[in-house]
Design a protein around this ligand. Sequence first.
Ligand code: LHQ
Length: 254
Amino acid sequence: MVQKERQGGVLLLTLNRPERLNALTGEVLEELWAALQEANQDQEVRAVLLTGAGRAFSAGQDLTEFGEEKPDYEAHLRRYNRVVEALSRLEKPLVVAVNGPAAGAGMSLALWGDYRMAADGASFSTAFVRIGLVPDSGMSFLLPRLVGLAKAQELLLLSPRLSAEEALALGLVHRVVPAEKLLEEALAVAQELAQGPTRAYVLTRRLLLESHRLSLSEALALEAVLQGEAGRTSDHEEGVRAFREKRPPRFQGR
Ligand code: LHQ
């Protein structure tokens, strides 16, 4: 259900339930979480690329998973939250390639990419209110940070279906490419990141995510601590050496 494939230093993860528009079930979330742990543990993996199989990225929670029984969403969300925590603390940069509709928690997952690319035919809908629910999987945290409070209110209350171009204009994605080029282009970005200073990327994500809850003094203090850490990496040493020698750096992800 989550297909894993290595392409050089990139771990390509594909949500793979195309017959259900890659709708998310407890099982899919388990597999995704496990794949993210693997990515963290494997030193050879220097970037992760997440996409969907078939015509959709992900339709969010599989609305047929619970049948007629009254679901305990609070309990179910623990599975989502574990994945979201894993994405937010992933020790490798994450590229997301949105190949088709991304709705509800499917859209939330997409937004956790450090770099987000969409196919020209992709679409984004928050979807939650349409079925009487509130945003989850980190959507309430990320969306206002990405698009501002006013736009987040609109997207969450009215749940319009945004085209890829509209998502680009709002900053939900960084680039839109023709559908047939999506994987190739997203892989190229992931490969570029896979050759980069991995710790610096991950610490940069942390600074950006933390920035909103910190005062200026706290942000400065955290920058100093994390710069201290980045400054102790051999990638930093190599970066400076390469600069002095006027050659491209050969980062090792350490
Ligand atoms: C689906 C789904 C789906 C099952 C389409 N499930 N079958 C987390 C945990 C705890 C609490 C609950 O909430 C959450 C977070 C969430 O994610 S809540 C939001 C759940 N997702 C949605 O409400 C999205 C519902 N789907 C849609 O809005 C559309 O289907 C999208 C925009 C994804 C795609 O639209 P179309 O391309 O026009 O396709 P379609 O609507 O015709 O769907 C195709 C088939 O897929 C259809 O089945 P059928 O048997 O008629 O061919 C849909 O019923 C099925 N499908 N989403 N989430």
